[in-house]
Each structure stands twice: as C-alpha cells, then as structure tokens.
Design a protein around this ligand. Structure first.
Ligand SMILES: NC(=O)c1ccc[n+]([C@@H]2O[C@H](COP(=O)([O-])OP(=O)(O)OC[C@H]3O[C@@H](n4cnc5c(N)ncnc54)[C@H](OP(=O)(O)O)[C@@H]3O)[C@@H](O)[C@H]2O)c1
Length: 335
C-alpha cells in the first residue's frame, strides 16, 4: 500500500499561544510495515492542555517534544493493516497517536495502545473524554484525593471543560454541594441546568468574587483545581479549615510557562491538604475507573458533551481554543 502520511511536527517552541508555523504540516511516505507492527488510521485526536506543556522545554512529567518530532497527542485510530497478531483490521485503538493521519503501532509499544470495546449508545470518541483521559482524571482526583463527603461544598474551576464537568458530577453523586466556575453564561447554564451543579459562577463577570461567596455560604471544603492563578487564590481564600485541594491542572499558567500556583500562606493558615497528581500515576487502575464511570453513565448520573473541530490542519487552532475557552466539554479533532 503506498500511502502518504500528513504529520504536524514541532518546528518552534511557542511563546504564549501557538503561532502559525509553530507546528509544521509535513507529508511523508509511510514506511513498509515490519513483523510485529500494525498500521492504524487516526480517526479522532484528543486536544489536551498538557500538549502546550509538552511543547515547552521545561521540567515536566514526560520528556518535552523535541524540535522536528511529530507533536505528541492522544488519539483514537482504526487498524487498517496488521502484521501483529494482537491487532486485526478494524480494531479501534486509543493511545499516543501523535498529530498525524496514520500511526504505526510497534510490537514493543503495543501495550501503549488499548483496544476499545464496542458498547451500544457509547460513541467511539467517548473513549477520549468521559471514558478516557478526562473521565479517569476526574475519577482519581475526586475518589482518591478529594474523597468527597455528603454535605461538603466542592468548587471546581474550568467546570464546563472535559475534566471539570465530570469532577463536578462525581461530587454531586457523592452528595456534595457543587459550585462550578466557568468562563461564560452559556457554560454556567449547561453545568447547572443539564449537569445538576448547584450553582455556577462566570469568572468574567465583574462581581464574580461576590457571586462565588454567595454560592458558597458555608465556605469551601473541597477544591478541584484546573486553572490556578487568581481563580485559585480566590477559591483558597474561602476554604474552610482542613479543606482539601486537588491540583489537577493550572491552565492559566501554561502559556506563560509559569505554574500559576496560588499564594501559599493560606495553606498554612487554613491547614489545607493540597495534592497534585498526574493521571499516568494510576495506570494500573484504569479498568476500575472505566467500569465505575460506565456504570454512572448508564444510570444517567454522568453526562458529557463534546466540541468537534474538523481536519488535521485545524489541530493547532484547536489547541489554542482551550486557552480562549472556545470548547464546551471535550475538545476533539475529527480526521
Ligand atoms: N493531572 C492530570 O493528569 C490531568 C489530566 C487531564 C487534564 N488535566 C488538567 O485539567 C485541566 C482541564 O483540562 P481539560 O482537558 O479538561 O480541558 P478543558 O477544561 O476542556 O478546557 C480548558 C478550559 O480551561 C479554561 N481556561 C483556559 N484558560 C483559562 C484561564 N486563563 N483562566 C480560567 N480558565 C481558563 C477554559 O474554560 P473557560 O471558558 O471556563 O475559561 C477552557 O475551556 C487542565 O489544567 C489540564 O492540564 C490534568
């Protein structure tokens, strides 16, 4: 089969938001498959804030993407040819596909790709969001670190995004009063009217701090933090004694290559327990999380939403969309 592969390679490290040309579209022929390899056509690309971290040459939890390398990304691909008995034509795999049309799954990396099951009424793309990175992240952050108790007040930032929307619903399932912080009235309406959050605060509104105070009359026991910076400062200032803070992400700092952590004095004064985590730490328990999330979905206790962008060449703009808040729920590029 002679097919060429379009790839987005990292050409220059972005300064701030991605600029045109930071990722370069390159077309190259696909290599001949060797024994142990399979060729898979990428169908969906997961757009994740951490991609902006991977582009930066800063200390991080995985090696930064090197200049000239295919940009790392998570995605879903369908096997079109196989010389590996573990994979047959038509199998759908999720894993590190990279921003490209085709991925060669090597025998040695085979464990980095997982076959997804076919489940009635569950779309394939759900395995990138609610049953993938974001659902699993919300699950472990809430169940292992936050440990929500009935009657506690939980505040989630980036609450209408892929991870925050699920973390908040898990809080509701466990009887918390859940308050979301998001960047538009439309997002606030979605998380309260459709997802059942108790209240939502649009942080772009001039009096959002007063609105947050009104929405958290008994203070805040749990913070599922996705944003950092000023939002986190304001949330921490309302924490109750011995509150728990789950540091899932600090997106407000990613374009500045600054962790954007809140001021730390409050951690001492309020005796807070603050814990960061990375989803990959929980790899051995992904199945457990997938089963629980699937059950809640079937019971209609967990809902999700996706925003699609069409075409590989739109992937750089899609990454920027995360930082302008142009997505509701999971952001996915469809190829
Ligand atoms: N620890 C882990 O293993 C792990 C795994 C996955 C994700 N994460 C983290 O979880 C967070 C959410 O990721 P996601 O994939 O679910 O993305 P997402 O929430 O679907 O999208 C990002 C959202 O962040 C908000 N945002 C962006 N810049 C902001 C700013 N300066 N101030 C306030 N809000 C801002 C935007 O919503 P608004 O319209 O509300 O501003 C945007 O829609 C990120 O921090 C990410 O790094 C961590």
């Amino acid at each position: 089969m002679t097919v060429s592969n379009r790839q987005l390679r990292l050409k220059s490290r972005p300064k701030g938001m991605l600029a045109p040309g930071d990722l370069e579209l390159v077309e190259s022929p696909l290599p001949e498959l060797k024994d142990g390899q399979a060729l898979a056509r990428v169908r969906f690309l997961s757009v994740d804030p951490t991609m902006r971290i991977w582009m930066a040459d800063i200390p991080q939890y995985m090696p930064p993407v090197a200049i000239g390398e295919v940009m790392r990304s998570f995605g879903l691909a369908e096997v079109v040819e196989s010389r590996n008995p573990q994979f047959k034509k038509g199998d759908k795999l999720v894993g590190f596909t990279g921003l490209q049309d085709y991925v060669v799954v090597d025998g040695q990396q085979a464990s980095a790709f997982h076959k997804i099951p076919s489940i009635p009424f569950v779309s394939d793309s759900a395995f990138l969001g609610i049953l993938g990175i974001n659902g699993l992240t919300a699950y472990f952050g809430m169940m292992d670190i936050a440990k929500p108790q009935k009657g506690e007040t939980l505040v989630v930032s980036a609450a209408a995004g892929a991870t925050g929307s699920i973390a908040g619903q898990i809080g509701r399932i466990h009887g918390c009063r859940v308050v979301g912080i998001a960047g538009s009235d439309e997002k606030c309406k979605w998380i309260t009217d459709d997802l059942g959050f108790d209240a939502a605060v649009n942080y772009k509104h001039p009096d959002w701090k007063e609105r947050l105070a009104a929405a958290t009359p008994k203070g805040i026991d749990l913070n599922f933090e996705n944003v950092g910076g000023e939002i986190m400062n304001v949330v921490l200032s309302r924490m109750n004694l011995f509150g728990r803070v789950v540091v899932c992400g600090l997106i407000s700092g990613y374009n500045k290559e600054d962790p954007g952590l809140a001021s730390f004095g409050v951690v001492l004064i309020k005796r807070l327990r603050v814990q960061g985590f990375i989803l990959l730490d929980y790899a051995s328990r992904f199945e457990e999380a997938g089963t629980e999330l699937g059950k809640w979905m079937m019971m209609r206790k967990l809902k999700h939403r996706e925003t699609f962008v069409e075409g590989l060449d739109c992937a750089p703009d899609a990454i920027n969309m995360l930082f302008t808040g142009s997505n509701i729920g999971k952001l996915i590029v469809r190829l």
